[in-house]
Design a protein around this ligand. Sequence first.
Ligand code: SAM
Length: 299
Amino acid sequence: MSIKEYPPQKSLHVPVLLEPTLELLDPKKDESYLDLTAGYGGHASRVLEITGNYAESILVDRDDYAIKRLKSFSDKGVRLLQTDFVTAARQLIKSGQKFNMILIDLGVSSPQLDQFERGFSFTNSGSLDMRMDRRQVKTAEMIVNTASVDELTRIINQYGEEPIGLSRTIASAIVANRPLSQTGELADLIKQNYRGKWKKIHPATRTFQALRIAVNDELRQINDLLPLLPELLKPGGRVGIISFHSLEDRLVKRYFKEQFDSGFEAEFTSLTKKPIAGSINDVHNPRARSSKLRAAVKK
Ligand SMILES: C[S@@+](CC[C@H](N)C(=O)[O-])C[C@H]1O[C@@H](n2cnc3c(N)ncnc32)[C@H](O)[C@@H]1O
């Protein structure tokens, strides 16, 4: 499959919760770093400036655009992996690699949202794509145009957290108006059929989140990754996880709670009694408003 080139993105990604992340990961000279969602290298560049250990550090992202933008790191000897983080984690465990620090900054980057051709947002209309990894076959367009009303209802309800009745209304409207190929068409259709109250956020926001999660299998990725983390960390190694909505944070919170509650078998000690929340006043990055950072240290 040929991969289309999109124009360069206007915006740069401003890393979320950068200072608290640095405080909790606490990088020291010569320590190794694994960034499982390297994006545009915002967090990575600050960590690596401190450690200076490029040769034993690895940056992972499944987006080819992000990987291209990380070339300056590979020039310094950092290994880049373009794959999903579960596959990367399994490969690294197999090869016996362990790290002093791991960061997982979930969700989408600002440049992904701003490249409207990729279909993650509907501020400007683009094709219903939403793939982080453009080598993947499944797109939002495929789901929207082939899933049954029941399946779309489940996706919108579970991943968008819309009430079940409203999810079914949106799903039925989608099925009745297929085929749909543009984000703008879908957003307008949802707006016309939205019977819930909406003031602050556009009525299509939750359905777009739901489709993005379904296209990229985001919750399964998190669920499968969490139990692999202890095997990737050296004793005393720190992991930080930044989430952006309650579905993500719930999985992280549950995993750490099970860990912390499991007595002498626990592999982690908590570094954040309560999650650290991003600022609602962050003018540089609106994504920061809903962000939460949890961190733990390997025993
Ligand atoms: C919020 S951005 C990370 C930004 C980065 N911390 C920075 O400061 O530039 C999230 C990145 O993770 C990638 N990503 C999300 N889920 C992934 C997964 N399951 N496997 C690999 N990469 C993923 C996305 O493609 C995106 O580039």
